[in-house]
Design a protein around this ligand. Structure first.
Ligand SMILES: Cc1cc2nc3c(=O)[nH]c(=O)nc-3n(C[C@H](O)[C@H](O)[C@H](O)COP(=O)(O)OP(=O)(O)OC[C@H]3O[C@@H](n4cnc5c(N)ncnc54)[C@H](O)[C@@H]3O)c2cc1C
Length: 400
């Protein structure tokens, strides 16, 4: 994975960042090299996928686990930005698991095949101008046609990662009454996509998407009508884990670049690293980063060891807390790294360029996938729910 990223991505980063886009052929190359399918699979690769699509490093599907999933995202984030990884594989990682789990029928299997083969791209479209954290507030409406052959969709989606590259949008819509339904919407005439200029992540292809009487065949519905919200919510757990993997690697990049600078840059007759204050900063950055790594590894191990149902019940709260924590760590670490790097850390290009990019990207870690405040709150609510269930079942040593 490292070799592939170093050869195929790293030499082009500066060029793509200044163009604000990654050429389409790189996505196809990710599929051919065996990155896409594993990133869609997460911690377990199904046999029939392994027979059809390559796996990076030729790893046997039976030996694949959550640590491999961790490694592929970790290595990809070595580029020192989340724009390029998210633009390339964000859609695969965020959308395909939900379609695979809940979608049925030839049309949806066809979408999965096109995406995993690198021929088509997909984006997750949930957030709207008026509804972000509060997903229930979405207004995009899908109405079933009289002949029940297709849905007519109207609405707007905002901040859609990789939307500029997408051929399909996995879209949360409002159907009759209070129901929410998940649809794969092909990019067609009545779907307008325009770029959004963000603070960082220039290669992420972030888009504003509008559906204006878009016709969606009924066989592009994922799962049952009315259950879309629960599908999306359960999908968030892996998204949060994946964002934590990214935060960790970005924190390591900050350490790598600032240590490199501190041992070579001289000021006041000695190297920066010979100043106790600089060593103190580095120690705190490393302390936070190593602790984050240990927590991630512990959680990945537990997720692998439990059944899917038990993992969601017991660990969704901890996963939310880990994602929030990873952003908090990265915010501190990048700030300290730039302090050590000085002006270089604020300059595009040159030795501090990765830090400058991470500085612009860091809030795109702490807000999407569940904002920090909401996830910390959720983690406690989930812990209380687990406590209640276990207590009622008599699994705790002392009843409260
Ligand atoms: C770079 C980027 C990429 C994104 N990619 C996608 C994508 O691919 N697909 C997609 O659908 N969406 C995407 N989003 C949208 C993202 O999921 C939302 O931005 C996020 O859910 C927050 O929504 P909001 O900005 O509307 O914030 P709001 O919901 O308006 O909240 C604003 C802030 O208020 C605080 N807050 C809100 N409610 C509470 C509460 N109950 N308790 C405590 N504090 C609260 C939080 O701090 C929050 O950050 C992306 C966003 C960004 C920035």
């Amino acid at each position: 994975m490292r070799e592939w990223i170093d050869t195929n991505i790293v030499p082009k980063i500066a060029q793509w960042e200044s163009l604000g886009t990654v050429p389409d052929e790189v996505y196809k190359a990710c599929a051919t090299a065996g990155l896409l399918m594993p990133m869609a699979a997460g911690s377990k690769i199904p046999k029939w996928w392994a027979e059809k699509y390559p796996v990076i490093g030729g790893i046997d599907f039976e030996g694949w686990n959550g640590f491999h999933d961790f490694i592929v995202h970790d290595e990809m984030t070595r580029v020192g930005s989340i724009g390029i990884p998210n633009g390339l594989i964000g859609g695969v990682t965020l959308c395909i698991p939900a379609i695979r789990k809940h979608g049925r029928g030839k049309a949806l299997y066809g979408v999965i095949d096109e995406v995993l083969s690198g021929d088509k791209r997909i984006s997750l479209a949930v957030t709207e101008p008026e509804a972000g954290s509060d997903v229930r507030g979405i207004l995009t409406e899908a109405v079933l046609s009289e002949d029940k052959c297709h849905y007519i969709v109207n609405g707007q989606k905002k901040w859609i990662t990789a939307g500029m590259y997408a051929n399909y949008f996995l879209t949360l819509t409002r159907t009759s009454g209070d129901g929410f339904t998940l649809l794969v919407i092909p990019k067609a005439d009545n779907v307008t996509v325009r770029p959004m200029e963000m603070c960082g992540s220039s290669c992420a292809g972030t888009a504003f998407v509008e559906f204006d009487d878009a016709q969606v065949p009924v066989n592009y519905r994922v799962g049952e009508e009315g259950k879309g919200l629960s599908y999306i919510m359960s999908n968030f757990n892996h998204e949060r884990l994946f964002i934590s993997f990214q935060s960790l690697r970005l924190a390591r990049v900050c350490l790598e670049d600032s240590i490199g600078h501190a041992i070579t840059r001289e000021a006041f007759g000695k190297r920066l690293v010979d100043q106790a204050v600089v060593r103190f900063k580095l120690a705190n950055m490393a302390r936070e980063t190593e602790a984050l790594q240990a927590w991630i590894e512990s959680l990945v191990y537990q997720l692998d060891a439990l059944s899917e149902e038990k993992a969601v019940q017991l660990l969704a709260g901890q996963t939310a807390q880990l994602k929030a924590h990873s952003g908090i760590v990265l915010e501190k670490v990048v700030s300290q790294a730039i302090q050590i790097m000085g002006d270089l850390g604020l300059t595009k290009g040159g030795r501090g360029e990765r830090l400058e990019r991470i500085w612009r990207d860091v809030k795109a870690i702490t807000i999407p996938g569940g904002s920090e405040d909401i996830l910390l709150d959720l983690s406690v609510r989930r812990a209380l729910a687990v406590f209640e269930t276990e207590n009622n079942a008599g699994h705790l040593s002392s009843k409260i």
